[in-house]
Design a protein around this ligand. Structure first.
Ligand code: FES
Length: 265
């Protein structure tokens, strides 16, 4: 029997035989991520209206140096340039975590670089360099960003706890309570927890690296727990992204006097 060799032809950018709306998802991701990046950068450079009452915006947490009661090491030192807000000192860590996330990589490679824009659609670049050279070799730092993200998660959980202790403006007495802002901060921790605990690197760390997981029941349990979140990783990635921005907006509007925080009890 004779074989016929049919040479594969390289498609031009965005050329495809697909009839479905393949471009809708990359476009939606492009718009969603762009909106978040613009807002997060704007908020991070403000350096004000990032706390109100017991609430601290997650963009500014942990506040290393600053003028709010949440500051860990007191007032900002004089050597720190005025344009460096408390958010700019710490946001590189969660930003690095998201930027190197396996889900987001797939999303922004398609949406921002068209590399390729979707399956079976012509791509922009001619060659593939992999993740062995700069800048993409930095993607291999994801494991280390995960360690930092786990610490941030604990800090944000503590912030949510602190968001339950209200100081009376007149007497100075501190009492337990729950406001809308408290619920906003608790939801933020839950969604970020769902995202971080579903990380592919964490899944490898807690059990995936083992040849025979059945020999270690604890690892097996942890692996299936992380796998459960991992199955919804994209969902938690988006929900946590939107909610962290919403938390900042809520606290900012309360601080500016545009909104009044409703105290439930
Ligand atoms: S793979 Fe997405 S957070 Fe680690």
């Amino acid at each position: 029997m004779s074989n016929t060799v049919i040479p594969l032809q390289r498609r031009k950018f965005a050329q495809t035989t697909r009839q479905d709306g393949w471009w809708i998802q990359p476009l939606a991701i492009f718009l969603g991520l762009s909106a978040f990046i613009v807002y997060a950068n704007w908020a991070a450079f403000q350096g004000e209206h990032y706390h109100w009452g017991p609430y601290l915006s997650p963009f500014y947490s942990p506040e290393l140096f600053g003028d709010s009661p949440h500051s860990m090491f007191g007032a900002r030192p004089s050597w720190l340039p005025a344009w460096v807000s408390p958010a700019l000192l710490i946001l590189w860590a969660p930003a690095g975590f998201r930027l190197t996330c396996y889900y987001y990589r797939g999303a922004y490679y398609k949406s921002f670089w068209g590399d390729p824009p979707a399956c079976a659609v012509g791509e922009l670049r001619n060659g593939y360099r992999g993740e062995n050279k700069l800048p993409l070799i930095m993607q291999n730092l994801h494991r280390y960003f995960l360690y930092l993200a786990l610490i941030f998660l604990l800090v944000l959980a503590y912030d949510a706890w602190k968001g339950m202790w209200f100081k009376d403006a007149v007497t100075g007495e501190v009492s337990f309570g729950v406001g809308i802002g408290t619920l906003v901060l608790i939801t933020n921790v839950c969604l970020l927890g769902g995202y971080t605990l579903g990380c592919h690197s964490l899944r490898h760390l807690v059990g995936g690296r083992l040849d025979e997981m059945s020999n270690s029941p604890v690892c097996q349990k942890a692996y299936s727990c992380v796998s459960c979140f991992n199955a919804r990783h994209m969902l938690f990635a988006w929900l946590s992204l939107v909610w962290v921005a919403f938390s900042d907006v809520y606290i900012r509007l309360c601080s500016m006097g545009v909104l009044s925080d409703w105290r439930l009890f």
